[in-house]
Design a binder for this molecule. Structure first.
Ligand SMILES: *Cc1c(COP(=O)(O)O)cnc(C)c1O
Length: 388
């Protein structure tokens, strides 16, 4: 059968993943929390990076515990990682899922988030069989998933009853911060206190509370295990402060044309940007279908996000189209830009956090929205390049 996949040379957007930087970021967080252990959150296709590239690189750095959101992602992670590493499914036991097929066949552990899930999961362990590995999520304030702290001891004791009946081997008890990226938010201390209280009722397994930003809270609530995602992929876990992490993602797209507009002419849908002077423009082969927010571009009142062209920052202008976007190259030397050159949207100069801020979205949205049309290349710590 002919290979239906397009040749990589046909791509217009190029995503490069620095697996060495990813591994370095994991090691840096790991050192920071030691002697607590450091896991890796690889949900949403490893925040858009690619599970198949990211998971083995993290395992190679020493990570042996992974978190995904869905059992399908867990199965992909298991295929990429092989037997050994623990893989937890954060969203818990889905009502529609077949626990045996979805979880046990791939060696996945659900993070149990309600009494109903607890009952269905513990029913799997039959008399005489070994207790099944289980993680328990305790809701300390997100009011999303987790056994309710406010239902008090009752829900937590139910988990312990199954545990003591020999059905469950509780190996992880966790909760999740509401606003860890705001170190002054009083919710952080409240959640730490509630989790400590809950821990007095469920003492088994490892205790885990921190996401990326939690690792940088002044309270240092590392407990036994931390669960970073965003920071591993280069996101800044300390907004407003210098980013302690290394950039992992470089995103470039080809320039299709350089052209001139006369003063008074508008550019793009709905004529949101009008040239105040004769301007030179670069038309770039990347649009909102590739994950660039429509709000990344500038209009008559607002300067858009920058891209790097010929080594210089150039602002985006006019409404971002589905497959195209436009940058102002008027201030670059004449002839500096030709068709076939590339514009850099993310990299060592423009961070995920900068593009996010200039677009009015979160960096998590930028990463998890990275498009499916890119040619993806992963560069290993030793410089080897693989198509990802
Ligand atoms: C997504 C997620 C994390 C990781 O959060 P980051 O802010 O990306 O580090 C950790 N724990 C839970 C429960 C999550 O849903």
């Amino acid at each position: 059968m002919p290979d239906p996949s397009p040749s990589p040379t046909q791509a217009a957007g190029f995503l490069t993943i620095d697996l060495g930087a990813l591994a370095d970021n994991w090691r840096a967080l790991s050192r920071r929390v030691s002697p607590a252990r450091c896991a890796a959150v690889i949900k949403a296709n490893a925040y858009g990076i690619g599970i198949e590239a990211a998971a083995p690189a993290l395992a190679g750095a020493g990570c042996d515990t992974f978190f995904v959101a869905h059992p399908r992602e867990g199965a992909r992670a298991r295929a990429a990682l092989g037997a050994g590493p623990r893989i937890y499914v954060l969203n818990g036991l889905q009502a529609s899922s077949d626990p045996r097929g979805d979880y046990r066949d791939h060696g996945l552990t659900p993070v149990i988030g309600s009494l109903d899930e607890l009952a269905r999961w513990s029913a799997l362990a039959h008399a005489g069989s070994a207790p099944i590995p289980t993680a328990i999520h305790i809701d300390t304030g997100m009011n999303r998933l987790g056994l309710s702290f406010f239902a008090g001891a009752n829900e937590l004791r139910a988990a312990m009853a199954d545990h003591h009946a020999g059905r469950l081997a509780i190996d992880l008890v966790m909760s999740h911060f509401v606003a860890a990226e705001e170190p002054d938010n009083a919710l952080n201390a409240l959640q730490i206190e509630r989790f400590t209280d809950a821990r007095a009722l469920i003492g088994d397994g490892l205790a885990s509370l921190c996401n990326s930003s939690g690792i940088f809270l002044p309270q240092k609530p590392f407990l036994d295990l931390v669960r970073p995602g965003y920071a591993l992929y280069g996101g800044n876990p300390t907004p407003g402060q210098p980013n302690p992490m290394k950039p992992v993602v470089t995103l470039r797209a080809l320039i299709q044309q350089a052209r001139v507009v006369e003063a008074g002419e508008s550019v793009g849908y709905n004529a949101r940007w009008t040239a105040r002077r004769r301007s030179r423009l670069a038309i770039i082969l990347l649009g909102y279908a590739d994950g660039l927010p429509r709000t990344a571009s500038g209009d008559d009142r607002w300067r858009g996000a920058d891209v790097i062209i010929a080594g210089r920052r150039c602002p985006l202008l006019g409404t971002v189209s589905m497959d195209l976007t436009v940058a102002d190259i008027t201030d670059l030397p004449e002839e500096a830009v030709q068709a076939g050159m590339s514009a850099e949207f993310l990299g060592s100069t423009i961070s995920v956090d900068e593009l996010a801020e200039r677009s009015g979205v979160s960096g998590y949205t930028i990463l998890t929205g990275l498009g499916a049309r890119f040619r993806r290349r992963a560069v290993g710590a030793d410089g080897t390049v693989t198509e990802a």
